[in-house]
Design a protein around this ligand. Structure first.
Ligand SMILES: C[S@@+](CC[C@H](N)C(=O)[O-])C[C@H]1O[C@@H](n2cnc3c(N)ncnc32)[C@H](O)[C@@H]1O
Length: 204
C-alpha cells in the first residue's frame, strides 16, 4: 500500500497499531519495519523512561525512518526528540512523516552519529544500529560499506561518549548486547525477555 500523506487524519489514528503507523511510509520502507523499526509498545515504554522532565532532550542514535522519534514525541509531548541517521533517504522519509503528523517536538539530522556533540542531549535511545556491520546482519540496503571493524569502532566511540555524560543520564537499548554501555551505567530494568534494557549512569 502506498504511503498515506493525508494531514486531515486524526493524529491518534496513526498510533492505533504498528500497521497503521507504518502506512506513513512507502511500501519499500513498510517492508523493512518488522526487522528494523522499533514497535510502538517498546517506544511508548522507552519514551516514558527517558522523558525525565519537561524539555528533556533525547537522541535516537541511528533513527532510520524516524519511527522512534515520531512516536516518542507523540507519547511524550513535553520532551524534545532528535534523530541522527547516516542514510539521507531515510531522513527524507522521517521528515515527510513528521509533516504528515504535524508534530513539532521532533527533529532529524542526516549525519553519522560521530559528528554530533553528545552534550546537547540528556538521554539516548539505541536500537542496535551498528549490528548491520556484522556478517550475518539483515541489512537495510547496499548503499554503505559494512565491516566488523566499523562495528567495534562505533561501539567503542559510543561507549566513550556515554562515559563522558553526567550521572543521571539514561539510555534505553533494544536488541543490543550492551557493548556500547560503559560500566558507569547501571542496568535498572529489563523487559521482553531481556531485549529491552533501561540503563542509568550512576557515577561520573
Ligand atoms: C535498526 S535501525 C533503527 C531505526 C530507529 N532507531 C527505530 O528504532 O525505529 C538502525 C539505523 O541506524 C542507522 N545507523 C547505523 N550506523 C549509523 C551511524 N554510524 N550513524 C548514523 N546512523 C547510523 C542505520 O542506517 C539504520 O537506519
Amino acid at each position: 500500500m502506498p504511503a498515506i500523506t493525508d494531514k486531515s487524519r486524526h493524529l491518534d489514528d496513526w498510533f492505533v497499531s504498528d500497521i497503521q503507523f507504518n502506512l506513513l511510509y512507502p511500501p519499500s520502507m513498510q517492508a523493512l519495519a518488522r526487522m528494523h523499526w522499533t514497535p510502538l509498545a517498546v517506544i511508548k515504554s522507552a519514551a516514558e523512561f527517558l522523558a525525565t522532565r519537561d524539555g528533556s532532550r533525547i537522541l535516537d542514535i541511528g533513527s532510520g525512518v524516524g519511527k522512534f522519534c515520531l512516536s516518542a514525541s507523540y507519547y511524550q509531548p513535553n520532551a524534545l526528540f532528535a534523530g541522527v541517521e547516516q542514510r539521507n533517504n531515510l531522513v527524507g522519509h522521517a521528515v515527510a512523516a513528521r509533516s504528515t503528523l504535524g508534530l513539532r517536538n521532533v527533529s532529524f539530522v542526516a549525519a553519522n552519529f560521530t559528528q554530533l556533540d553528545f552534550s546537547h542531549y540528556d538521554h539516548f535511545y539505541f536500537y542496535n544500529s551498528f549490528f548491520e556491520n556484522l556478517g550475518d546482519a539483515d541489512r537495510i540496503d547496499d548503499s554503505i560499506q559494512y565491516s566488523s571493524s566499523l562495528y567495534h569502532y562505533y561501539s567503542n566511540y559510543l561507549r566513550r561518549e556515554l562515559g563522558k555524560m553526567p550521572a543521571g543520564t539514561r539510555i534505553v537499548t533494544y536488541c543490543s548486547w550492551q557493548d556500547e554501555i560503559p560500566p558507569s551505567y547501571e542496568l535498572v530494568q529489563t523487559d521482553l525477555d531481556g531485549l529491552l534494557k533501561y540503563n542509568v549512569k550512576t557515577r561520573d
